[in-house]
Design a protein around this ligand. Structure first.
Ligand SMILES: NC(=O)c1ccc[n+]([C@@H]2O[C@H](COP(=O)([O-])OP(=O)(O)OC[C@H]3O[C@@H](n4cnc5c(N)ncnc54)[C@H](O)[C@@H]3O)[C@@H](O)[C@H]2O)c1
Length: 316
């Protein structure tokens, strides 16, 4: 029998997650504030699916596949009955999430995994509403969920390891990648995203560049690398000694904001300078460096071609 997945809250995120899960072959049941709202949301998702197919964004048979596997449930209790995974995607208010999670935990099978799509609320605080909280964790899809390939998985202090493994396995069935992070404020995604936004707004406030020029620089310089390499792989390729010098230079005007990170000093002091010396954050073996450089160059050329093909975003 096909595994049943329930998505509670069938708005923007829940709707996209439901489409992705149905395309992956699961039997998906959605529920919202009322049966009428759920039925309307299902109709919206089917119309959107047809548009995505017309634009070549979904497979050609997506309408038939999602039509067959997406059910509007009469209420939360019906949606979660017999489910193996329940994803909560109701508004980002702890009272609404607590109330919804209480109902889910009471009606779902005892061995079902219960997940929240929260972007900012502590998973530990949400877990207070879930009986047997070892089965509960954060499974945080990004917007737009049908198309963004990464999912942040956030266990709280007493989430069972089996829950984490199974939640990741469900997500992998959709073709998406997972990364497991600790339950801290902002998790990883938002801490990094807001650190960049914070510095960008400082540059704007100081009159260093316009918002448009800052965006251009992010897109076309260091941000251009980010679909392929994270900050650690990039630092290793640049050379950790180079990063160390840059920190010293930044400290002339910003001694505290750009204090050299401890882990960077330790690596440099022990002669681990990244790709050029071996050792560093990613520790690529010397014999694989030519392969890495060839991959990097190919990735950047292909990305440039894609950007030329798509043209600039219609922002102005
Ligand atoms: N929008 C984003 O960019 C984004 C990105 C990542 C994570 N998230 C998170 O995903 C969650 C949902 O956000 P969204 O953008 O889809 O919001 P949304 O407002 O589009 O959807 C929320 C849905 O929940 C329903 N709902 C409200 N109360 C409910 C209840 N008691 N029971 C059942 N359904 C109820 C609403 O009717 C609505 O359909 C939030 O936790 C949000 O922080 C949002």
């Amino acid at each position: 029998m096909t595994d049943k997945i329930a998505i509670i809250g069938s708005g923007y995120m829940g709707g996209g997650i439901a489409q992705v899960m149905a395309l992956a072959g699961y039997d998906v049941h959605i529920a919202d504030v009322s049966f009428d709202v759920t039925k309307d949301n299902r109709a919206r998702l089917m119309k959107e699916t047809a548009d995505f197919v017309a634009d070549d964004l979904f497979p050609a048979d997506a309408v038939e596949r999602i039509e067959a596997r997406l059910t509007a449930a009469k209420d939360i209790e019906t949606a979660v009955a017999d489910a193996v995974l329940v994803e909560e995607a109701v508004p980002e208010k702890i009272e609404i999430k607590h109330e919804t999670l209480r109902r889910i935990a009471a009606a779902a099978p005892g061995d079902a995994i219960i997940a929240s799509n929260t972007s900012t609320i502590s998973i530990g605080a949400l877990a207070e509403a879930v009986t047997s909280p070892g089965r509960f964790l954060g499974v945080h899809f990004s917007n737009p969920s049908p198309f963004i390939p990464g999912v942040e998985v956030i266990p709280h202090a007493s989430t069972d390891q089996a829950t984490i493994d199974q939640a990741c396995a469900f997500v992998h069935e959709t073709g998406k990648e997972t990364a497991v992070v600790r339950d801290v404020t902002g998790f990883v995604l938002n801490r990094l995203q807001y650190a960049l936004f914070h510095e960008a707004t400082q540059l704007l406030d100081e009159g260093v560049a316009t918002a448009e020029d800052i965006d251009t620089l992010v897109r076309t310089t260091f941000g251009f690398r980010l679909p392929f390499f994270g900050p650690f792989a990039i630092a290793d390729m640049a050379g950790l000694d180079v990063y160390n010098f840059c920190y010293k230079s930044l400290q002339t005007d910003f001694p505290e904001r750009f204090a050299t990170p401890r882990v960077l000093s330790e690596l440099v002091e022990s002669g681990k300078l990244g790709t050029k010396s071996g050792g560093g954050f990613t520790d690529v073996p010397a014999e694989r460096i030519p392969e890495l450089i060839a991959y990097r160059n190919k990735a950047y050329v292909k990305l440039n071609e894609l950007m030329a093909e798509l043209g600039p975003p219609p922002i102005d």
